[in-house]
Design a protein around this ligand. Structure first.
Ligand code: SF4
Ligand code: SF4
Length: 506
């Protein structure tokens, strides 16, 4: 058996191989597969067949773990003290805050979300460089929900051949009730997904009762309908079309992989020349692929992996499970289809020792970037200020001349107290000689006309109107910069905010 020169691209073995992928199938036992290379083509439904094996077990376990996290998430509690929501993961739209266990994010801190997305992206790049499309195959919500929706379809309409017969057959009573039941079951699942998602936006126990008794507002029902509707359409009907045509990640993830990344590969060097076989055949004189097409039949995206690495392959490994079962039946070595690197396949073909190179330039770069992003995120979260000040100078008028000749400027002053306790903040003026400060409704310390103590309730924003007046003779020009110095009287945390004092030109 001779090895081909290159194993990295399709087609793997040239003209001797009967093409299945990207060509309309003529063999009725074979799936028509989507043509991912052409811009236009008739949609041809994929009927994935059930298979057993290690990757199927991993997929099932991942489905259960991820769905458990998704549905249990809103019910986890976290004690944040009196008056604060005790839902561990909560996006509080009316309160304009997001909670994740001990972390509380205010709207001003939305950049943490950017940091989270950056970390998720780099982690994904890292995983892809090591394990190919492991995210797509086992963890992407589209993959998870599609897998569940196909299971529901299989339970109601039967295994692959029964489903194909049903779709091609006439509209009978049996066909109508099966289609009806399937869509109802899908709708139920989609509604559960929409509901599970919506519960992250309110106190789950109460929110659930409100939604089920039609006492919630339009927003929860709208969210439920949109999320549930998309789940129904994408997982029920669009399925692999999302991965092939809609998902941008599928298009550029090839840039993260190299010849050492673990991907689903076909050992063309020992599989070819393929052909029908009996158990009694002498496999030392022919390829190990018995051309049963089981690997194609179980594929959720309709790919024939024997044609080489393809964009539509989501790396789920189900074809490897299917092929292993065939290899067992013919007492041939497993792994004709396996997770392996392109480089290893070449080594296997040449009888060399195979090994996985985990440490490579790109994996080092990705893990370094991931570590840096995690450290920055953790540091900024741990040291972030719990005090924020916004100052808006009055523009109309810019200044007022008082009867004693001094100039007065007005400011709308907002103090964000991100602590849960009521706190007083001392505001003082720095860099404006002889300034007097007055706050509507509050008195400053008698010994300091340029300072005032302001109360702000815990976990809220205090809004004040501050007037600053200065003798015109003390001002150097029409615009004099100065600083509002704000100090938390309990914690000692301070913050400076620079603004301008406006006066007439002289
Ligand atoms: S070719 Fe194999 S690994 Fe790729 S999507 Fe199909 S079954 Fe999954
Ligand atoms: S399952 Fe294995 S033996 Fe059957 S067609 Fe696919 S590669 Fe060949």
């Amino acid at each position: 058996m001779t090895a081909p020169d290159s194993l990295s691209v399709a087609p793997a073995v040239g003209a001797e191989v009967a093409p299945l992928s990207n060509v309309r199938a003529t063999d009725p036992r074979r799936d028509p597969v989507p043509d991912s290379d052409s811009l236009y083509g008739d949609y041809q439904k994929v009927y994935p067949r059930r298979t057993e094996g290690q990757f199927r077990r991993i997929k099932t376990a991942m489905n259960m773990v991820l769905l458990s996290i998704f549905f249990v998430g809103p019910w986890l509690r976290w004690d944040r003290g009196v008056g604060a929501p005790d839902q561990a993961i909560l996006i509080d739209m009316p309160g304009r805050k997001a909670y994740f266990f001990a972390i509380e994010i205010w709207p001003q801190e939305v950049y943490y979300l950017t940091g989270l997305l950056v970390i998720a992206a780099v982690a994904l790049f890292f995983a892809t460089a090591l394990l190919g499309r492991v995210w797509c195959g086992f963890a992407c919500f589209q993959t998870v929900f599609t897998d569940i929706f196909v299971s529901i379809e299989r339970a109601i309409e039967g295994e692959r051949s029964a489903r194909m017969r049903l779709d091609r057959g006439p509209m009978t009573a049996d066909k109508i009730w099966r289609k009806l039941l399937k869509n109802l079951a899908w709708l139920g699942m989609a509604a559960a997904v929409g509901l599970g998602f919506t519960l992250y936006f309110g106190n789950a126990p109460q929110f659930l009762v409100d939604i089920l008794t039609f006492q919630a507002g339009m927003a929860p029902y709208g969210t439920l309908a949109v999320v549930g509707g998309f789940c129904f359409l994408l997982a029920g009907y669009a399925r692999e079309q999302v991965c092939i045509y809609m998902c941008p990640y599928a298009r550029f993830q090839g840039a993260m992989m190299d010849d050492e990344s673990l991907i689903v590969t076909y050992e063309a060097w020992r599989g070819e020349k393929r052909g029908k076989a009996r158990k009694t055949d002498d496999f030392s004189r022919r390829g190990h692929c018995v051309d049963c097409t089981l690997c194609v039949q179980v594929c959720p995206t309709g790919v024939d992996i024997r044609q080489g690495t393809q964009l539509a392959c989501i790396g789920c490994g189900l074809c490897a499970d299917a092929c292993d079962s065939i290899m067992d039946r013919f007492a041939l070595p497993r792994g004709l289809i396996r997770f392996d690197s392109v480089r290893n396949q070449a080594r296997r073909a040449n009888g060399e020792t195979v090994f996985i190179r985990w440490i490579r330039p790109r994996t080092v770069i990705y893990i370094t970037a991931l570590t840096v992003a995690l450290v920055i995120m953790a540091t900024t979260l741990a040291t972030r200020s719990r005090l924020e000040v916004n100052v808006l100078p009055e523009r109309s008028p810019l200044y007022v001349t008082l009867s004693d000749g001094s100039i007065r400027n007005g400011y709308t002053f907002k103090i964000l107290n991100m602590e849960r306790v009521d706190t007083r903040f001392t505001v003082t003026i720095r860099g404006l000689e002889g300034a007097h400060m007055a706050v509507v409704g509050y008195d400053g310390p008698a010994n300091d006309p340029a300072a005032v103590s302001l109360p702000v309730p815990g976990d809220s924003v205090g809004t004040f109107r501050i007037y600053v007046s200065v003798d015109l003779r003390a001002l150097a020009g029409a615009s004099t910069p100065f600083t509002f110095h704000v100090a938390n009287e309990a914690s000692g945390e301070t913050l400076d905010h620079r603004v301008n004092f406006n006066a007439p030109s002289r």
